[in-house]
Design a binder for this molecule. Structure first.
Ligand SMILES: [Mg+2]
Length: 367
C-alpha cells in the first residue's frame, strides 16, 4: 500500500536579522565595514522547516515577514517555481532588485530546503549533482590588513586548506597595491592569485594596474571598473592578455542583469551570488545562461548557502571562500562546510541543505 501523501502546503514564514561584528576592521576598494548583517528565513510545510539566508540589510527581514510571507503562504512547497513567481509579482511595485531580491533569495533557498526535507534527500540530490565537491578559493586580504596579516591569512588558505587560488582586495590606496600584491605572491608561492578592485578604478587606471599585476602572475582581475560600466569592463577585458581573466556579476539581482553582462562580452568569468540573484532558482537560471554563452561561472560569497547548488550548476569553476562569511557560518550554523583539500563537500547524510541555525548562539546578535 502506498504511504499517504503528506500535506505540503506552506503554513508559515519567519525571518530574523542578526548583525555580527567583524573580528577586525575590513575594507575593499570602495567600502569599509565593521559588521555584517545576516537575514535568516524559515518556512514550515508538512511538519518540516526549511532554512535560507542572505547577507543584506535588516529591513529584508521585515519585507519577508510582511510582504513575501503573504505571497507564499498557501503555496505547495513542492511547487517552488510557483512560489517564486508569486514573490516576483508581490515586489513589482517596490522593485525586484536590491533588498527585495535579497529577501526573495533567502526565502527561495528555504523553499528548496523544505522541499528536499519533505522528500528526505540532500538538496544536491534533489537538484541533480554533477560533482561531489566544489573547489574553493580563499578570499579576504582586506585593504585594512598589514602585509604581515595579509601573508598569514593567504598562506593559511594555501597550506592548511589546500586552496589552489586566493584573492585579495585592492584599490583603496592604489599606490600601496604593487607591494601588497608582491607580499601576497611571496606568501602563496605558485598558487593562483586573484585581485578584486570592487569597481575602484577608471578604465585607464585599470589597464595600467593590470599591466603591473601581470608581472606577479595575477590570474583574475575582478571588477576593475564599476560593474555598471559594461563598455569599460569590455575594454579592460580586451586590453589584458591571457591568462588574466576579468570577472564581475556579484551585484546581479535579476536574470536580465546577467544576460546584459554576457551580451556585452564584459567578463571572462561570470560571478553570481545565490543570496542576491534569486536563491537556488536564480542561481540555476544564471548557470543555464552561462552554459548558453559558454562562459564559466564562479559562486560569490556565502559558501554554505551555495554548497549544494554549486554541486549541481553546469559551468561552475569555483566557490568563493570569503573570510567573513566562513567565520559567521561556522559560528552560527551546524553543518557549515569545512575546507579540505581545497574543496568543500556536502554531507549527504543530512537532508536539505544540511544547515541548522544555532539559535542560542545567534540570539546574541539579533537585531
Ligand atoms: Mg568582489
Amino acid at each position: 500500500m502506498n504511504a499517504p501523501i503528506p500535506d505540503t502546503v506552506i503554513s508559515s514564514v519567519r525571518a530574523q536579522a542578526y548583525t555580527i561584528p567583524t573580528d577586525a576592521p575590513e575594507a575593499d576598494g570602495t567600502f569599509a565595514w565593521e559588521s555584517t548583517t545576516l537575514v535568516v528565513a524559515e518556512v514550515d510545510a508538512g511538519g518540516e522547516t526549511g532554512i535560507g539566508y542572505t547577507y543584506t540589510d535588516a529591513c529584508a527581514a521585515l519585507l519577508i515577514r510582511e510582504a513575501l510571507a503573504e505571497a507564499v503562504e498557501g503555496c505547495d512547497a513542492f511547487d517552488v517555481r510557483a512560489a517564486c513567481l508569486a514573490m516576483q509579482k508581490r515586489v513589482r511595485n517596490i522593485g525586484r532588485a536590491g533588498v527585495a531580491a535579497t529577501a526573495i533569495s533567502a526565502l527561495d533557498c528555504a523553499l528548496w530546503d523544505v522541499k528536499a526535507k519533505l522528500l528526505d534527500v540532500p538538496l544536491a540530490r534533489l537538484l541533480g549533482a554533477m560533482r561531489e565537491s566544489v573547489p574553493i578559493y580563499g578570499s579576504g586580504g582586506f585593504t585594512t590588513y598589514t602585509n604581515a596579516r595579509l601573508k598569514q591569512q593567504l598562506s593559511g588558505w594555501v597550506v592548511d586548506d589546500g586552496c589552489r587560488w586566493v584573492k585579495i582586495k585592492i584599490g583603496s590606496a592604489p599606490e600601496r597595491d604593487p607591494k601588497r600584491v608582491h607580499a601576497a605572491r611571496e606568501a602563496i608561492g605558485e598558487a593562483g592569485l586573484f585581485v578584486d578592485a570592487n569597481g575602484a578604478f577608471t578604465e585607464k587606471e585599470a589597464s595600467h594596474y593590470a599591466n603591473v599585476f601581470k608581472d606577479f602572475g595575477v590570474l583574475w582581475f575582478e571588477e576593475p571598473v564599476s560593474s555598471d560600466d559594461l563598455c569599460g569592463l569590455n575594454a579592460v577585458r580586451s586590453a589584458v592578455r591571457a591568462p588574466m581573466q576579468i570577472a564581475a556579476g556579484e551585484y546581479g539581482f535579476t536574470l536580465d542583469y546577467f544576460r546584459r553582462m554576457l551580451d556585452a562580452r564584459a567578463v571572462d568569468v561570470l560571478q553570481a551570488d545565490a543570496s542576491r540573484c534569486g536563491g537556488i532558482t536564480g542561481f540555476l537560471n544564471v548557470a543555464a545562461l552561462c552554459e548558453a554563452y559558454h562562459v564559466p561561472l564562479s559562486a560569490h560569497c556565502a559558501p554554505a548557502l551555495h554548497l549544494h547548488v554549486a554541486c549541481a550548476a553546469p559551468q561552475l569553476v569555483h566557490q568563493e571562500w570569503f573570510y567573513d562569511h566562513v567565520r559567521i557560518e561556522a559560528m552560527l550554523f551546524d553543518g557549515a562546510p569545512r575546507a579540505d583539500g581545497g574543496a568543500i563537500t556536502p554531507d549527504l547524510s543530512r537532508s536539505g541543505c544540511g544547515l541548522e541555525l544555532r539559535r542560542a548562539d545567534a540570539q546574541v546578535y539579533a537585531v
